[in-house]
Each structure stands twice: as C-alpha cells, then as structure tokens.
Design a protein around this ligand. Structure first.
Ligand SMILES: *Cc1c(COP(=O)(O)O)cnc(C)c1O
Length: 345
C-alpha cells in the first residue's frame, strides 16, 4: 500500500526502536525522567524559548496553551480552516469556554489588517480577544508556510492590542526545512509554540509545548488537569529525540516528492492541484476528469494507493514511508484510473 493518507502513518523504524529500547526513564510528572528532560532542553533551544513541557499529543498542546492563555468568555482568533477550530472536537470551547472568531485567507496566512478586522470592537458588550492563533504549516490550506516577516507583522498588531500569539507548529519543522529559516526565528514573534513528533518526524507519540518560564509553569497545571502528566515517558521521548536528530533534514525529500506528485497529477487531463505546494501536502480536484473525489479515492484504494478526501478535494501527504518510486507509481495509477490509460502501456 502506498499511503498518502497522512504523515501520521509514519511508523518507528529500527533506529528509533533501538533508541526507545535503550531509553533511561524516571517519573516524568515529578520532573525526574532524564530522557524527557533532555528532549525539553532540545526543544527549548530549538525554538529559542525559556522552557518546555512534554505532552502526549499536539491536540493537548493546543488545549493546554489556550487554557493557560485565556479566561472563559474571551475570544481567540483562528484562521477559517484552522485545526484548532475544525479538528479538535470543540476542545477550546469545552475546556476553556472561549469564543472562536475566524480570519479568512487564501493560503492560511493573513495580515495585521486582517487581525484588526477580526477583533471584536473594544466595548463593554463585546467579548475581549486575548489570543491570536497561527498555524505553521497550515494543514487544511495545503501545508503552506508563513514567512518570518508575515508572522512578525501579525504578532506586532496582536501584541499592540494585548493579544498573546500562539503557534500551532505541528509541522513547524517542515516550514524550517522548506524555507531555510530557523525554528527560533519563526517562534520569536510567538508567546507559545509547539511541535508534533508524530507527523513527518516519524515518532509514535509525543509533542512539546514551549514558551516563557512563567507560561510553562502555569501550563503545567493544565497538563495535570487534562490527564497529560505521565510517568516513565522517556520511552516515548527517546523516539522524539531520535526524530530530531535523524528525521528533520530528510523532510526535504518529502517536499520534493510532493512537488513530483503535483507535477505528475497536473499532467493528467482534468486534474487540478489547488494549493500552493510549499511542503508535503497537496490538494487536488478530479472533477474535471469527470470523477468525484469519493469514487476516485476508492478506485485508487483498490489499486493500492490511499489518499484522503476533504469535501470535494483529494488530499495527499508525503512522508518518510513514501519513496520516489511510490510517487511515480501513484501518478501512473491515477492516470489509469482517471483516463483509463497508462503512459507505460
Ligand atoms: C495533527 C495536527 C494537530 C494535532 O496533533 P495530534 O498530535 O494529532 O493531536 C494540530 N494541529 C495541526 C495543524 C495538525 O496538523
């Protein structure tokens, strides 16, 4: 099976499993797990923040960060297709009691002016806005990246108006590799930032939230509240350390594969790639080839290639479990399914 469904499909390889086997462990919630502590130091340094907190998932990083940065009844600003709004089962509302105000955009990035427009007027009647969320890379806009300048511009407006800036950096390292900018520069305008180890980095579990010492101390309480305080979590953190040491630079291959896939698919009559392919995600429309997304998806699945589909669009995500040959094979299969012919025949 060629699995382009998601980069969450990555499985720990031999080297990562060996690192996990050898992990030194301790009681994580007492701060006594040496492997977790090493990972936290690494992520704090990587992102240029004072402190960091280990959590089981990216979803919990968003949940804990928003809880730490808000009071019930406040407003957070999230891009229209933001993961926090669309894919976290209403966690921000449930756990933090916040109102989500959306900012629309073409590719997931927006301007300071857009932030001002989305902010509720400053009146006694209106819910005060206290957090601006940004997503790097933006998942449902196609893995698109913010530039440092774009982030600085929105953060400046947010901070001037008393809002904290939270970065959902599930795929921050994809943005780092694609742009050549450091994680520190992307994180600098943000008050909180996290990275996920279970996407392209290929670890089985784990995410790390970073920010000021004060922010992390307050966030630690909610880690406990939400059941994210762990015991011998070094077993998991060892996989995350291995990922940082071995799986970052290779993200470049995933980005090249996404480009190759975009080019191959665009050559098929009636297929249109709909996003800016900055990193490892692409969306495409097959309706021009007179095939609905769901029909295309199951025909491809039957031939050993799996994609997801979001509404009328197909989504493909490249990752370390997908080779260049797999991409070529996926394009050939798509040609066969959509146009009933193969360039090899
Ligand atoms: C996957 C993802 C999350 C959630 O991370 P999990 O580790 O799956 O809980 C949050 N935000 C974005 C942008 C994501 O892609």
């Amino acid at each position: 099976m060629i699995d382009l469904f998601s980069d969450t499909a990555t499985k720990p390889g031999v080297g990562m499993r060996e690192a996990i086997r050898k992990a030194e462990v301790g009681d994580e919630q007492k701060g006594e797990d040496p492997t977790v502590n090493r990972l936290l130091d690494m992520v704090a340094e990587l992102t240029g923040k004072e402190a960091a907190l280990f959590l089981p998932s990216g979803t919990m990083c968003n949940l804990v960060a928003i809880k730490t940065l808000t009071q019930p009844g406040e407003t957070i600003l999230v891009e229209q297709l933001g993961h926090i709004l669309r894919m976290e089962s209403g966690g921000a509302a449930l756990a933090s009691g916040v109102i989500v105000e959306t900012i629309d955009s073409a590719h997931g990035q927006f301007s300071g002016q857009d932030v001002l427009q989305a902010m509720p007027a400053n009146m006694v009647y209106t819910p005060p806005a206290t957090v601006l969320c940004v997503e790097q890379t933006h998942n449902f806009r196609g893995g698109t990246t913010w530039t440092v300048a774009e982030l600085e511009a929105v953060a400046e407006v947010a901070h001037e108006n008393g809002l904290a800036v939270h970065m959902d950096g599930a795929r921050l390292m994809n943005a780092v590799v694609a742009s050549g900018e450091s994680a520190q520069r992307f994180a600098a305008p943000c008050d909180s930032v996290w990275i996920d180890f279970t996407k392209g980095l290929g670890a089985p579990m784990g995410a790390v939230l970073a920010g000021s010492r004060d922010f992390i101390e307050r966030a630690r309480r909610y880690k406990h509240v939400f059941g994210g305080a762990l015991r011998q979590a070094g077993i998991v953190a060892a996989g995350c350390i291995y990922a940082l040491e071995h799986n970052v630079e290779r993200l470049q291959e995933d980005h090249e594969h996404a480009q190759l896939l975009a080019e191959g698919l665009s050559e098929i009559d009636g297929v249109r790639v709909t996003n800016r392919v900055d990193t490892n995600i692409l969306y495409f429309d097959t309706t021009g080839a007179e095939m609905e997304a769901a029909v295309f998806q199951s025909a491809m699945q039957a031939r050993g290639v799996s994609f997801s589909h979001v509404n009328d669009l197909m989504r493909a995500v490249t990752h370390l479990g997908v080779s260049r040959e797999d991409i070529e094979q996926a394009v050939e299969t798509a040609k066969l399914v959509l146009n009933g012919r193969s360039s090899r025949s």
